[in-house]
Design a protein around this ligand. Structure first.
Ligand code: 13P
Length: 284
């Protein structure tokens, strides 16, 4: 089928009140485990790569592995840059064939975030590529980016409307109490804030840091207007737990296929569970 713009996937999700997973790829096993699960459940899919993952895997490998993965697929798949930090990185991803990019200007003051995001939107939209932006600041750790709890900032509903109107973004990542990485306790989501943001913006909203958020809270957020849910850590944990389990049973294991294969299956199982929760099953 080839890659599709993320906007097409999210527009349908927004119209029909479900969410699609923005699932991070860290290596080939992640890519296969994720796409096989989405195909089996007949779900649309957003494969995303962070700058750290692109550095680790290599841009050529990311693009060509994903192209191989989608060549014969029957489900709509977007390839999305997660947390793009600069115009240059974003332009490179667009040139290489990403169908969607996130520009994360959340570390800048409001007006500067608007100005920088707008430049990205102009360039991306001219070639049919979708743009996600972030307003407020999501805490936690992802790759080398560490946002201390005290620096995390919730999205202000009154700013969200102005931000979207001035930038023209297709999807907005909002900060309502989630964080990237492993939580110390259960996160507390600010559903009132979500309701306010969603009532003023009829557009796809994105929940980052969904690993470790209780399933009922994810379901509730989806029912209140979240259309893209990002998960990375939970699948990393599933992958690593399976490898640990196998080495505990047999410390002499040496063939990577004997532990990476089952770990890939563990990712698939975890992805299928998330797809059920998000409601994207049979929406391809
Ligand atoms: P987690 O790693 O906490 O699941 O967050 C993923 C994410 O939001 C990617 O942008």
């Amino acid at each position: 089928m080839g890659l599709v713009p993320m906007a097409d996937i999210l527009e349908k999700a927004n119209d029909e009140y479900y969410a699609v997973g923005g699932f991070n790829i860290n290596n080939m096993e992640f890519l296969q485990g994720i796409i096989w699960a989405a195909e089996e459940t007949n779900s649309p899919l957003i494969l995303q790569a962070s700058e750290g993952a692109i550095k680790y895997i290599g841009m050529d490998y990311v693009i060509n592995m994903v192209k191989a993965a989608v060549r014969d697929t029957h489900i709509p798949v977007a390839l999305h840059l997660d947390h793009g930090s600069s115009y240059e990185v974003i332009m490179r991803c667009i040139r290489e064939g990403f169908s969607s990019v996130m520009y994360d200007g959340s570390k800048y003051p409001f007006k500067q975030n608007i100005r920088l995001t707008k430049e990205v939107v102009k360039a991306a939209h001219s070639v049919g590529v979708t743009v996600e932006a972030e307003l407020g600041k999501i805490g936690g750790t992802e790759d080398d980016v560490d946002v201390d709890e005290k620096d995390a900032k919730f999205t202000k509903p009154e700013e969200a409307e102005e931000f979207v109107e001035k930038t023209g973004v297709d999807a907005l990542a909002i900060a309502i109490g989630t964080a990237h990485g492993v939580y110390k306790g259960d996160p507390e989501l600010d559903f009132d804030r979500l309701e306010k943001i969603n009532s003023s913006l009829n557009m796809p909203l994105v929940l980052h840091g969904a690993s470790g958020v209780p399933d009922e809270d994810v379901r509730k957020a989806v029912s209140m207007g979240i259309n893209k849910v990002n998960v990375n850590t939970a699948f990393q944990q599933a992958f690593t737990a399976k490898i640990k389990e196998l080495f505990d049973k047999d410390p002499e294991l040496y063939d990577p296929r004997k532990y990476c294969g089952p770990a890939r299956d563990a990712i698939s199982e975890a992805v299928k569970e998330k797809i059920e929760i998000l409601g994207s099953k049979n929406r391809a």
